[in-house]
Design a protein around this ligand. Sequence first.
Ligand code: F3S
Length: 285
Amino acid sequence: MKQTTPKIIKAKHIGFCFGVKRAIAAAEGLLGEHKKTCSLGPIIHNPFVVEMLSEKGLKVISDIKDAKGACLVIRSHGIPPALKKKAQEYCTEILDATCPFVSRSHKIVSKLRKEGYLIAIAGERRHPEVQALIEMAGPGTLVLTKKSDIRKIRPRKVKLALIAQTTISRDIFVEIAEALLRLDYPECRIFDTICNDVVGRQKEAKALAGRTGVVCVVGGKNSANTKHLAEICRKVGALTYHIESADELSPAWFKKALSIGVVSGASTPGEIVEKVVEKIKNIIL
Ligand code: F3S
């Protein structure tokens, strides 16, 4: 019996989020004025966009000293205050493209620190956004990546506040928050600082993974929000493939599929997702 052609269901949340568009526009604006421009680390977590901007002249540096005499675009993840201060010594111009959602977390953390809270951050310690938050939150800051990390905490008689990396999985954040609330802190405040765009993509990925057997998650392998989308789809039980481009697709993935979902991260260009959809169509038709 001939197998029916699987249906491809593409998520509605496709293309760059607002913060990523803003950071790219900032870099392109400086490059358009023919200014020597650099970013500290890749401007967004997508290799194709980094490559495209590098062809236009954007230099990715890993040490702020290498920004000497150049303009610096602060990427959407933001940078720690001490580093920003240092950047002012070296750079001719600084264009701060920190995403407003990330800036909101900065303000919350600074206020909580002044008010004497011990701050816990739900997120990945090595992520640049979290690195900046750790510095702002001060000594003793807790970083919790998963619920089981709570076991390492010895509650003290201090006021505690939890905030989230803007791109963390909301399900993981809720698990961490619930576990923290069970600990014996005199006060525990929870701030859900996950960005709306991220929550929307996560909800859609979960629903699509539940409806389809196979999901292709398109986005940089180093993109936190894309990695979380893949984790969410796997958790639901869908066969999940995290790819950066259509070149990675394999016909074997779709042999038994009845329907195929396609979702993407906030730093994935819409054209790359369209190419993935087109290639899947060519494979299954
Ligand atoms: Fe900002 Fe959310 Fe994008 S935090 S950079 S709008 S994923």
